[in-house]
Design a protein around this ligand. Structure first.
Ligand SMILES: Cc1cc2nc3c(=O)[nH]c(=O)nc-3n(C[C@H](O)[C@H](O)[C@H](O)COP(=O)(O)O)c2cc1C
Length: 279
């Protein structure tokens, strides 16, 4: 019984060999009967689906997937100008509308972001999400209560004493420094024992951020939320039910922006060093 179910549809396969050439594990061999994976090599499969993706005629399938269910790519990528404008025009949004995004839409964005690359293609990133303002309000209240208690007990880490102001700012001015007034929170975590948990989380959140901003959703990387959830108030991590064996990669808040940016910023010069070993 095949584990990876690699197949090439005889009616569609042109024997071009692209699936074999592109396989990063080098386990697809071209035979007179088309491409094959020897049973003893199946365990080496990365499950990356490159064979399915590269096949020009949609003949190759793996893991029981039907190539017909993939999106055809010709002409669908954003142009270089569009992508450059997205990268330069994305902003950290700290003003939000008092509106929830739909849970289905949030799921769609996150599910798409999980197509991001991950070390050894394990794709173990978990997105823990608060998808409504009512829950975020409760979570914020717990976070601020906890922060006020830790501050009263003199237990804020050195250099972070000013964070004792956050509960006061919220109480007196409704300024939400922790979550920036956003309606939604996502925390990316991954099992500590996978190849690159931190990198996998950060890459997945980066993809989420860019995709979100193309769809009118503002985002901001939230180091303060990560800090309270991951380091200062373990009770918050329990509330979110983030698995014990997970490393918290990062937190991000997001929602419909109440601000519109008209132009890019102008960063630079870039720090780039080229190395020439031919001299
Ligand atoms: C790892 C990381 C942590 C951040 N933490 C916070 C934060 O806790 N609160 C916040 O308002 N912005 C946070 N930011 C956003 C940066 O402050 C922001 O990128 C910077 O102000 C530049 O603005 P721009 O993102 O609009 O270019 C964080 C950004 C990164 C990459």
């Amino acid at each position: 019984m095949s584990i990876i179910k690699f197949k090439a549809n005889k009616d569609k396969c042109t024997l071009c060999g692209q699936c074999a050439a592109d396989c990063p594990a080098n386990i697809i061999a071209m035979t007179d009967n088309g491409p094959r994976v020897a049973p003893e090599n199946e365990a080496l499969c990365y499950k990356c689906q490159h064979c399915l993706a590269v096949c020009p005629t949609g003949a190759a399938s793996v893991l029981g997937l039907d190539p017909v269910d993939s999106t055809l790519l010709a002409g669908t990528f954003p142009t270089a100008v569009q992508l450059e404008s997205l990268i330069k025009g994305r902003r950290s949004v700290r003003r939000y509308k008092d509106e929830d995004l739909s849970p289905e839409f949030i799921r769609h964005l996150l599910a798409t972001a999980l197509h991001a690359p991950s070390g050894r293609n394990v794709r173990k990133v978990l997105f823990t999400v608060i998808d409504n303002r009512a829950t975020l309000a409760k979570f914020r209240a717990k976070a601020l209560e906890g922060l006020a208690r830790v501050a009263r007990e003199g237990k804020l880490p050195p250099g972070m004493e000013r964070f004792a102001d956050f509960p006061v700012l919220w109480e007196t001015k409704k300024v939400d420094v922790l979550f920036r007034g956003a309606p939604h929170l996502v925390v990316a975590s991954a099992p500590k024992d996978c190849a690159s948990p931190l990198q996998d989380c950060v890459i997945a959140l980066s993809y989420f951020e860019l995709l979100a901003q193309t769809q009118g959703v503002g985002t901001v990387w939230d180091g303060l939320a990560k800090w309270v959830i991951g380091d200062i108030l373990p009770g918050l991590r329990l509330e979110l039910k983030i698995p014990e064996d997970h490393l918290i990669g990062y937190a991000m808040v997001f929602g419909k922006p109440a601000v519109k940016y008209s132009r890019t910023v102008q960063h630079g010069p870039a720090n780039i060093v080229t190395v020439d070993l031919h001299a």
